[in-house]
Design a protein around this ligand. Structure first.
Ligand SMILES: [Fe+2]
Length: 250
């Protein structure tokens, strides 16, 4: 079996119940992270289950569609563009709503991860205020020497603040490349944003990834991407360190 696992968006069939559907994907990829593709029809809403800081971290990656998230204190507009939402564990309930005038279902990825002792320590020590909601333009830009000059990278969830999990975006228009590189100890998922298309190579395997596709690459493989002229690179990376990051958070 291939070590890069792919969930193709075009293979997903949503079966709605009361306007909501979820499909678990990449079930055999990583025992410490569950991924669900979710779809909510216009005018419908859901109230996801809450987990405490000793149970699970959960986050939501909004892919497309118009809608909003409501907490007892705030609202966040999704506006048919990528956004990441981290709820405040079991402190505040929240509701995800697909706007009644949305032209398409609100589509998002729901991720639920297991917590080790390092996660629990970081959640206590980072003192990060939640909930956190960020569009890509809210992220700060970073650079990596193995990427083409015309590639922009945005940090959305910084390393350590949420323990082992972090998230960012990589943006560009071809021709461009993300050169071969390796992360020790990191499990990595790529979530292709709508309209994107690139050739992803990890180890000796190459695959075509298109908008909505999600890849999983286990730790320990060189990987990189190539984008043809005129094609869009844009993807979000979500990653988990296997045990812990070096250095103290406090
Ligand atoms: Fe990477």
């Amino acid at each position: 079996m291939s070590f890069v696992q792919i969930s193709k968006r075009k293979d997903i069939v949503f079966g709605y119940q009361d306007g909501y559907s979820e499909v678990e994907i990449l079930k055999n990829a990583c025992s410490e992270a569950q991924f669900f593709r979710c779809s909510l029809l216009p005018g419908k809403s859901v109230k996801p289950e809450l987990f405490s800081t000793v149970e699970h971290t959960q986050l939501f990656l909004f892919m497309e569609g118009n809608g909003y998230i409501v907490t007892p204190r705030k609202g966040f507009n999704i506006d048919d563009k990528f956004a990441v939402f981290v709820p405040d564990y079991d402190t505040e309930p929240f509701e995800i709503v697909c706007a009644s005038d949305s032209k398409k279902p609100l589509e998002y990825i729901h991720i639920i991860t297991e917590l080790n002792e390092y996660d629990k320590h970081c959640l206590y020590a980072s003192k990060m205020r939640l909930p956190r909601f960020r569009h890509i333009e809210d992220g700060w830009e970073y650079y990596e020497s193995f990427k083409s000059e015309n590639v922009a990278s945005k940090m959305l969830l910084e390393h350590r603040n949420l323990g082992r999990v972090s998230c960012g975006a990589v943006l560009g228009t071809g021709p461009c490349t993300v050169g071969q590189h390796i992360h020790r100890e990191i499990l990595q998922w790529y979530i292709m944003l709508p309209g994107s298309r690139m050739t992803y190579t990890a180890g000796d395997e190459s695959v075509l990834l298109e908008g909505g596709d999600i890849s999983y690459t286990p730790t320990g493989y060189y990987h990189g991407s190539e984008v043809a002229p005129g094609d869009k690179l844009d993807y979000v990376w979500y990653e988990m360190v296997a045990e812990m990051y070096p250095g103290e958070i406090e």
